[in-house]
Design a protein around this ligand. Sequence first.
Ligand SMILES: Cc1cc2nc3c(=O)[nH]c(=O)nc-3n(C[C@H](O)[C@H](O)[C@H](O)COP(=O)(O)O)c2cc1C
Length: 310
Amino acid sequence: MSITELLNIKYPIFQGAMAQISHYQLAAAVSEAGGLGIIASGGMTGEQLREEIRELRKLTDKPFAVNVMLMMKNIKEIVTVIIEEKVPVVTTGAGTPKFIMPYLKDAGIKVIPVIASVKHAQKMQELGVDAVIAEGSEAGGHIGETNTMALIPQIVDSVDIPVIAAGGVADGRGLAAAFVLGAQGVQMGTIFLASEECPIAAAYKDAIVAANDTATAVTGRIAGAPVRCIRNEMTDHYIELENKGTNRNELEEITIGSLSKAVYEGDTVHGSMMSGQIAGLVKKIRPCKEILDTIVADAQKVLQNTEIKL
Ligand SMILES: Cc1cc2nc3c(=O)[nH]c(=O)nc-3n(C[C@H](O)[C@H](O)[C@H](O)COP(=O)(O)O)c2cc1C
């Protein structure tokens, strides 16, 4: 069964969860346009999440997902709300969903973890998940080690469940390439930062549009928690201290509240503007529907009209 049939969506395109960013406005716009909108529950209380789900349902009756970060302290409360509100799909990150799987499966909820290695993909398949999102290191936010081009075919060969490719996709060529590598769909985050419906400060959106191919940097590599952002004073300072061997607590002080600074205040100097390497391909702010329709139409053209002869 294809991922679109499994989830009852029109396009095999997920809008990746983005903490503090992918709230109901963005998720509803993506679902209404035929993709899978995903509300990021990271940092929310159960009641905030319930409100988000209800607001989303006022804007669309199409399927959507909620993303849960498994190390969240209030995970029980969040999962209870997800079940009570009959959320159709859950994506997971930051750990194993083993302890919540029975509750989600009993409630008939599809579970799709984000993974970044073959080992984790296989473990997830053993747990009985419905699909996996394989995320390469080009992606924005917290990342793994292997890039999308190398990761996807290796994951596809290692499991029998559908694989969704994430990291570095923002146009029809990227979607077509993901299919050629064996994925059944894509998850995109960065391009949706530059959507009209994305509720972030204008300066953050403008920074995504202005970014070029080398605009991002990775902080936190030495501490083992790498995060990709648009390079600015904050990332330069962080990386300089990191290279000097500055201790973890001191480094953490630089990043505490830094995502909020970018998202709400539009602070492009000290804020953490999480973004993928593909930001260089994002040239304007568009409605989600236009982003989805264009990507699918362009991917179909690429797949039909290839003149490549080997
Ligand atoms: C600003 C930002 C915040 C993100 N936050 C989360 C998150 O909270 N949880 C998560 O699972 N993934 C998160 N991601 C990863 C995305 O869901 C998605 O997998 C990724 O953006 C895809 O790669 P791309 O950035 O190249 O499109 C984030 C990405 C960005 C750009």
